[in-house]
Design a protein around this ligand. Structure first.
Ligand SMILES: Nc1ncnc2c1ncn2[C@@H]1O[C@H](COP(=O)(O)OP(=O)(O)OP(=O)(O)O)[C@@H](O)[C@H]1O
Ligand SMILES: [Mg+2]
Length: 347
């Protein structure tokens, strides 16, 4: 539904060039909620602004719903109308809502329809329908100043849906909201995704957002995507920084000559018997340092961190035994430079 190929964006500011995007290949499938996460300055906002051509990419292409937007933008003013139409099929939600304070809630939602030239009666019908959809039917005549942050964001979402978009882009839509309100807005986005088959690309720096509603995710660093995939694929990737942050287990080695191993299992399979078999077969004492079970992206995942006596070299055989059981095994400390993605939870 959204594909960017070799997308780059270089800003020139005060004689200096800043590469905000450095060859981004992103692929968002129809009907999925896709999260892009990364630290401040990673290029997340630049990416989303290039996807709807609010910002003109320096090079590369953006294809949304089969239409090459970069080609349209490159064809000069005559293609402007086509580009505007294509853009009206891409809804955008902002962190600070960007509502017009002098207009009522309903008039804010009607704004994009006015620009599209929709008749007054149809505009009003559509706006009221959308306000109902986001749970604000009773606030149509209120002004933005009379609403809570969560309600303002609901208006922002209703406005973004006015052009019947197939794609919704969200740049930190919940960053200005408290945790409770964040949850309700995420739930609304999830519902809209399911009910309307809306494809959602969202930008966030909060792992919890990815964890609660995303089907797929990408990690951005310095203008590049360094990891991406469905949540299931990421969790099955040994050494994945996103997986570690999505599903952290903690627990440090109790001494120097110890090997720490994370065992990941899904759904029904249980680690307990495997761990006791391991202890019996090799006659070793195993300590459990940490364990967690959680639902991530709709998947039930369990992870257990165990400690084996001896260094890695002494434990190649027992680790092989675990791998043979089809369990996902991560030997901690041996994975190549796992970037510290989020402070809490990451090792
Ligand atoms: N209009 C601009 N002119 C010059 N440099 C810019 C402009 N917009 C962004 N940048 C620079 O591009 C880089 C990426 O910025 P961007 O806003 O995309 O990051 P971000 O990941 O969204 O960060 P945050 O989490 O803080 O919102 C940063 O170094 C930023 O300073
Ligand atoms: Mg940003």
């Amino acid at each position: 539904m959204i594909t960017t190929s070799g997308l780059t964006k270089v800003y020139s500011s005060r004689g200096r060039e800043i590469t905000a995007l450095d060859g981004v290949d992103l692929h968002v499938r129809e009907g999925e909620v896709y999260g892009v996460i990364g630290q401040s300055g990673a290029g997340k906002s630049s990416l989303i602004r290039c996807v709807n051509l609010l910002e003109r990419p320096t090079s590369g292409t953006v294809v949304v719903d089969g239409q090459d937007l970069t080609a349209l933008a490159g064809r000069g003013p005559r293609a402007g109308k086509e580009l505007r139409r294509a853009r009206s099929r891409i809804g955008m939600v902002f962190q600070h809502f960007n509502l017009l304070s002098s207009r009522t809630v309903q008039d804010n939602v009607e704004l994009p329809l006015e620009i599209l030239g929709t008749s007054g009666k149809e505009r009003s019908r559509k706006a009221l329908e959308l306000l109902d959809l986001v749970g604000l039917a009773d606030k149509a005549k209120a002004y933005p100043a009379q609403l809570s942050g969560g309600q303002k964001q609901r208006v922002g979402i209703a406005r973004a849906l006015a052009g019947d978009p197939k794609v919704l882009l969200s740049d930190e839509a919940t960053s200005a909201l408290d945790p409770e309100t964040t949850r309700s807005i995420l739930q609304l986005l999830r519902d809209l995704n399911r009910q309307l088959g809306l494809t959602i690309l969202l930008i966030t720096h909060e792992m919890d957002v990815v964890k609660s509603i995303c089907d797929s995710a990408a990690l951005m660093e310095k203008g590049r995507i360094v990891e991406s995939g469905t949540v299931g694929e990421l969790l099955a990737t040994p050494g994945s920084a996103l997986a570690a942050a999505l599903f952290p287990v903690s627990g440090d080695a109790t001494g120097e000559d110890r090997t720490v191993v994370d065992i990941t299992f899904r759904g029904e399979s249980a680690t307990q018997p495997v761990v006791s078999q391991l202890a019996r077969t090799y006659n070793i004492d195993i300590s459990i340092l940490g364990a967690a079970i959680d639902t991530v992206g709709g998947l039930q995942i369990g992870r257990m961190r165990i400690e084996l006596p001896g260094r890695y070299e002494d434990n190649v055989v027992p680790i092989g035994f675990l791998r043979e059981r089809g369990l996902q095994i991560d030997v901690i400390g041996r994975t190549a430079d796992r970037p510290a993605l989020v402070k809490e939870g990451a090792e």
